[in-house]
Design a protein around this ligand. Structure first.
Ligand code: FAD
Length: 456
């Protein structure tokens, strides 16, 4: 049985720290993005460099602990119990290197998108990040990564060109399409089940400006807006990504002034093209006369915060699904379940358009090659107490019921509870992932947020 003092041996081998229950910053260190999640590992190792990661992995293996790699804790809820696990939290691996001419970026595994995207924008480049600058490049990329440019360029994981990691045997290695190609394939979709990633290299794309913004409609117009939007999206080219949300903003400082405390039906868009063409494409929605319209030609940096995601940790309860096209009846059911007349206290019900490159398997893609479905749904409530939590859960259940006939699967990065990860993959991909796991981690040392067991 390991005691807390046993971790002193590991501490002595590392340049970084090992934080245990007896440290004053234990609670602050193990806190994750969802404040409703209580992550309790055996200890948290905070490596400062690759040799620290090698030491932490070796120590865990020799002492019968498992290893959970983590970057920011945005998907920590999926882990479940971690008592037998050393959390290797790479938050201090913070290098960023941009080769603008080669359109390549290399980041330490602790880097968040907010440290990368604005600088790229200054070079006329865009990365395939998502809605929040606070999400980590590592977990986002290893699980898929579906962002504003995904219909044109696909999932971020398939723009990853090389991954540096420490394997179960404690070997620091760099894998890509040529070297250890099977491991490179498995990492791109297999998240933290194959090693602790220390750095990631990925391709970025030339984008000087794009036509992007948000149209806000009064919440009462939710039905009209969602009907118009669901009719429109199947007609849009891959250069356009559009999302539609029902948003009930808190009266909180992070929310911009004009919308703070208000409820809205919202349509977002990001179009790789001209303003004139973008306006034409979005006309059916704009004809509904938005109360506020922020669309303009903007540099890609504007995409970083366009979704108005909360910048700081908060307690939330989510649900999610990948859906087929929502017919009018489906929109009606959704609006009846969580729309303006339902009394819903959900902070966000968000539909994202899929299709385009998200549905096309490219040569050399990783284990998460595509996403099924026409729309992705993610919804959440931010409970203040037990009563509002019960209400949030009831509205999430009624939303799940409303969309159940149109469900075609789940997107792993949006699933925030412990689950059987085989549901995210077709049987062939799942079997291959388990074979690669058996090859590189036969003892099942690594515990990814969505666990992949070795093939036996
Ligand atoms: C506010 C918010 C907005 C989001 N927006 C989007 C979006 O627009 N598009 C989208 O696709 N997703 C989005 N997500 C989901 C996000 O992609 C996942 O939560 C992702 O797993 C977060 O990665 P992370 O590194 O920040 O979090 P972490 O919880 O640190 O990592 C998640 C998992 O990735 C693996 N991992 C992380 N670091 C390493 C490492 N160094 N080595 C090996 N494995 C590692 C581990 O298995 C870990 O459990 C969002 C989530 C939130 C909370």
């Amino acid at each position: 049985m390991l005691t807390i003092t046993s971790f002193e041996t590991l501490s002595a081998q590392m340049n970084g720290r090992v934080v245990t229950q007896s440290d004053p910053d234990w609670d602050a260190t193990r806190q994750v993005f969802n404040l409703a999640t209580d992550v309790r590992p055996a200890a948290v190792a905070l490596p400062r460099d690759v040799s620290d990661v090698v030491a932490a992995v070796g120590y865990a293996r020799r002492n019968g602990l498992r290893v959970a790699p983590q970057a920011t804790g945005h998907n920590a809820d999926a882990h479940g119990a971690l008592e037998d696990t050393l959390l290797v939290d790479v938050r201090e691996l913070q290098e960023v290197f941009v080769d603008a001419r080669a359109r390549r970026v290399r980041v330490g595994a602790g880097v968040k998108w907010g440290r990368v995207a604005p600088g790229l924008s200054d070079h006329g480049l865009a990365a395939l990040h998502g809605s929040s600058p606070d999400v980590g490049v590592a977990g986002y990329s290893l699980g898929g990564g579906m962002g504003w440019l995904a219909r044109k360029y696909g999932l971020q994981t398939n723009s990853v060109t090389a991954i540096e990691l420490v394997t179960a045997e404690g070997r620091a290695t760099r894998v890509d399409a040529e070297d250890e190609a099977d491991l490179f394939w498995a990492l791109r979709g297999g998240n933290g089940n194959f090693g602790v990633v220390t750095a990631i290299e990925f391709a970025v794309y030339p984008v000087e400006h794009l036509y992007a913004g948000v149209m806000f409609f009064p919440f009462e117009r939710a039905s009209d807006v969602l009907h118009a939007w669901t009719e429109l999206v199947p007609t849009l080219p891959d250069e356009m990504m559009s999302w539609a949300s029902l948003l009930q903003f808190p009266d909180a400082p992070f929310v911009p002034d004009p919308v703070r405390g208000g409820s809205f039906a919202v349509v977002y868009g990001a179009f790789l093209g001209s303003e004139a063409e973008g306006r034409t494409l979005l006309r059916p929605v704009r004809d509904l006369a938005p109360a506020m319209d922020t669309f303009a030609m903007v540099p890609p940096a504007a995409l970083g915060t366009m979704a108005m995601d909360p910048p700081d940790p908060l307690p939330f309860v989510p649900t999610t699904a990948l859906l087929d096209d929502l017919p009018h009846a489906g929109v009606d059911e959704l609006v009846a379940a969580v729309g303006p007349e339902s009394g819903s206290n959900l902070a966000m019900v968000e539909l994202r358009q899929l299709g385009g490159a998200l549905g096309r398997r490219t040569p050399g893609a990783g284990a998460r090659a595509t996403l099924p479905g026409a729309l992705s749904l993610i919804a959440l409530g931010v409970p203040e107490d037990a009563e509002s939590e019960a209400k949030v859960r009831a509205y999430l259940e009624s939303l799940d019921r409303a969309v159940r006939p149109y469900r075609v699967g789940d997107y792993a990065n949006f699933v925030m509870e412990p689950t059987d990860a085989s549901r995210f993959f077709d049987p062939e991909t799942w079997a291959r992932l388990r074979q690669v796991k058996a090859l590189y981690d036969p003892g099942d040392l690594f515990k990814g947020n969505h666990h992949i067991p070795p093939a036996y």
